[in-house]
Design a protein around this ligand. Structure first.
Ligand SMILES: [Zn+2]
Length: 491
């Protein structure tokens, strides 16, 4: 056995994800969260502006969304939790503190299963899911005449409900971290608590990364990496950080505990500040809010709102006889998965129906989805209509070649399959009387192919069939046409 320098260290990664919740109003006031594109400072009130003397009121829907998330991530939901003030001075923090949760979060001790393609499945621990509120936005400007910098503040975002999801340091590679984020985002979208769009900033990720010698139990000093605005950026920042730390450690140096920022244009992390300890924030219980008591009944009611989650759905599709790839692709989003299920149901509860529905959703429907950059809930062809089209092909009322055009026409017009077939005269031609004339014409005008076929070249039959299909604009039933060609040529 040889070992190389490259595998001296094991990488340890934990992720903290901040998610904006899709509630209609803010966390502690009635201001609307629909401020995207709005004039600055128009979705504000004394509460989210941090005026003295006003009192926060908890947004029940936000607590419900956090609990749903906890349940989807296999967490325990606390019957008793409380809110705490996290104090730090920064101009985007209107009150001078953030209402958060410190020692008693709503959700704890969960897990999320991930699998990097081609590798073993791994279970990543979820330490906690807790409630927070978002800050205002600072816009940094430079005065053109004096060259002096100044900042503007937009308070619209202040007080927007945030949820923080903290993982255990269970990931070992940048690819695992990326996969964790993909699966986490998928679940949040499935349960409908957030758009979870990283580019738009409603799904933000900070990473804690450290190295330790292989086989060691103790963790190395961790570095927190921020400013990553895409899954790719998270992956690349972790790759960079693992190489940087390894180099420092190999040359006998030590890693200071610090916060580093990812600079996308240069593909490097740079030191921002030494990392705060929890005591720097002087957490103390929020005196303006009572502790949160969630009854088991309430938690059960929230749990009943959860849809079938992606992992379960995938298992169910595999049991129907679909392949791993098919099941993964069909369950990518809840909209897609539900479209598939409804199409399958409309075709009947048979293994053949499961496969037929999969073939059509994975080809024509997904092509439409990709071209239009919309999910299948927006497809003008409902699952029942797609099933009707599929059954017409199965019943040989139309050929599969024509069916693709009918699908396009349905998507463009919203009309049903039968209506389009009737209007455009697209029904299959399977009668020998109707086809024989066309077959004879094709044979007469393709002497070379006919000679080749007679000389034993079987492939020429396919060529002639192709000509018949072209003549009939794909409407000839291929089996019938092929038999007719063979019969004619045998004479
Ligand atoms: Zn407000």
């Amino acid at each position: 056995m040889t070992s190389t320098v490259a595998i001296d260290f094991e990488t340890v990664i934990g992720l903290e994800v901040h998610v904006q919740l899709m509630t209609k109003s803010k966390m502690f006031c009635g201001c609307s969260t629909e401020y995207s594109g709005a004039e600055p400072n128009t979705h504000v009130c004394p509460v989210c502006m941090g005026m003295p003397g006003v009192l926060p009121v908890i947004n029940e829907r936000a607590i419900e969304y956090i609990s749903m998330t906890g349940l989807a991530l296999n967490c325990e939901i606390a019957g008793f939790s409380k809110f705490d003030r996290k104090n730090y001075p920064y101009p985007d923090l209107m009150k001078g503190y953030q209402i958060s949760q410190y020692d008693l979060p709503i959700c704890q001790n969960g897990w999320l299963d991930i699998q990097v393609p081609g590798e073993e499945p791994r279970r990543i621990g979820i330490t906690r899911v807790h409630m927070e509120e978002d800050t205002a936005r600072l816009l940094h400007r430079v005065d053109a005449s004096t060259g002096e910098g100044y900042s503007l503040i937009d308070v619209n975002r202040s007080g927007t409900p945030l949820m923080e999801i903290v993982s255990e340091p269970d990931m070992r590679t940048p690819a695992e971290a990326r996969e964790y984020l993909v699966r986490l985002r998928q679940i949040l979208r499935y349960i409908g608590v957030s758009d979870a769009n990283m580019e738009e900033g409603n799904f933000r990720c900070d990473a804690n990364v450290s190295l330790r010698p292989f086989g060691a139990d103790a963790f190395g000093t961790k570095v927190e990496v921020k400013n990553m605005n895409s899954f790719r950026a998270v992956h690349d920042a972790l790759v960079f950080e693992q190489a940087r730390q390894a180099e420092v450690l190999r040359s006998g140096g030590t890693i200071p505990q610090e916060t580093r920022g990812w600079v996308d244009e240069r593909s490097v992390t740079v030191s921002q500040r030494s990392k705060e300890e929890a005591h720097d924030y002087r957490y103390f219980p929020e005196p303006d809010l009572p502790p949160l008591r969630l009854s088991r009944d309430w938690v059960a009611r929230v749990g009943a709102k959860l849809p079938e989650l992606p992992a379960k759905r995938k298992e169910r599709l595999l049991a129907l006889g679909l392949s791993e790839d098919e099941a993964v692709t069909l369950t990518e989003s809840r909209e897609r998965a539900e479209y598939y299920d409804a199409t399958h149901a409309a075709l009947g509860d048979t293994p053949r129906a499961a496969k037929l529905a999969a073939n059509w959703v994975l080809s024509e429907a997904l092509r439409w989805s990709n071209v239009n950059a919309k999910d299948l809930d927006a497809l003008p062809i409902g699952p029942g209509q797609l099933a009707e089209l599929i059954l017409m092909v199965e019943g040989k009322a139309i050929t599969s070649q024509v069916a693709k055009d009918v699908f396009e026409a349905m998507a463009a017009s919203g009309k049903g399959a039968q209506e389009i077939v009737d209007e455009q005269g697209l029904g299959a031609i399977s009668g020998a009387d109707e086809l024989t004339g066309i077959v004879r014409r094709v044979i007469a005008s393709n002497e070379k192919a006919v000679a080749d076929y007679r000389a034993g070249k079987e492939a020429s039959l396919k060529f002639l069939l192709g000509q018949v299909m072209r003549e009939t604009k794909g409407r000839a039933t291929p089996q019938v046409a092929q038999e007719l060609i063979a019969t004619e040529l045998a004479e």
